[in-house]
Design a binder for this molecule. Structure first.
Ligand code: IPD
Ligand code: CA
Ligand code: CA
Length: 271
């Protein structure tokens, strides 16, 4: 992707992120149509579909050589990693959207030839747009985010864990979760992976750990965290592919080795 094209695409997508966010805000108090997907707690609403359709329409009309991978299935059916791919979660944190009318985000990552080029995470109700372009730093609205503190210690850290992670499970000894709660300053859960990535990027959280996320939960966040100086891998410390379902550790650069070596050594692969 050449530089001019990438900047033009960034500016265009930025405008569409804001437009899609306004669409959601204008309808925030409308009655909801709530369906379930893989299980009774996996929710989807008419708004998730409307936002994804909005981006699918823009892509088809103005960037028809690009591909879309969207959570709600409005995108392409096959993927060629050598092309430009938009990876979209139209509402990340649908349960929060339904129950709280806040704490959700639109998440869009653009990859070209397998490289993360552009990331946006829009905290719609707070009107905060996190963004990044590869090698261009990370931003919250117009403010460049400071590089993450390279001396951060675990005992002074706030980490984000999904509480299900503390239950007995097939991947990891839940007692590791208990050690983490003991060894850190505090733990949090917000219920939107995209926002949790954004909070790591701005240093409001020092790590976010999830056992299982989908490509659209991760795509934008990992670019934004990287541009703030953070590290994202799976919880075995390995690089993750852009189209993979995977565990995630995204964190301050000084915590990565400690978390992998002292906490996550003995785990099973997510399938
Ligand atoms: C979910 C949220 C949640 C995470 C789940 C995701 P959705 O996304 O990011 O925080 O724990 O794994 O599926 O379904 O609201 O887009
Ligand atoms: Ca999601
Ligand atoms: Ca979603």
């Amino acid at each position: 992707m050449n530089k001019v094209t990438r900047e033009a695409l960034f500016n265009q997508l930025r405008a569409w992120m804001l437009e899609a966010g306004a669409l959601i805000r204008n309808k925030i108090n409308n009655p909801r149509t709530i369906d379930t997907k893989s299980n009774p707690n996996d929710l989807v609403t008419e708004m998730d579909r409307e936002v994804e359709a909005f981006f699918a329409d823009k892509l088809n009309r103005y960037f028809s050589d690009h591909l879309l991978l969207g959570e709600e299935g409005y995108g392409s059916s096959t993927f060629d990693k050598n092309k430009t791919i938009w990876i979209l979660d139209p509402i990340d944190g649908t349960m929060n959207f339904v129950h709280q009318k806040q704490n959700f985000a639109i998440s869009l990552g653009v990859y070209d030839q397998g490289l993360g080029e552009i990331g946006f995470i829009y905290d719609v109700m707070n009107n905060n747009l996190y963004s990044a372009m590869r090698d261009g730093g990370a931003f919250k609205n117009d403010q460049k985010l400071a590089r993450l503190d390279e001396n951060k210690q675990l005992k002074e850290s706030i980490i984000c864990l999904n509480h299900r992670w503390l239950m007995e499970n097939n991947y990891i000894d839940y007692k590791v979760g208990q050690r983490l709660v003991r060894d850190t300053r505090g733990t949090r859960t917000y219920g939107s992976a995209a926002l949790e990535f954004a909070y790591v990027a701005e240093g409001a959280l020092d790590a976010y750990i999830s056992m299982r996320l989908e490509p659209w939960d991760i795509a934008a966040g990992r670019i934004i965290v990287q541009e703030a100086g953070g590290i994202t891998t799976n919880i075995e410390g390995e690089e993750i592919g852009i189209l993979e379902r995977t565990s995630i550790l995204t964190c301050n650069p000084n915590l990565h080795d400690t978390l992998i070596n002292d906490y996550f050594k003995e785990i099973k692969k997510v399938t």
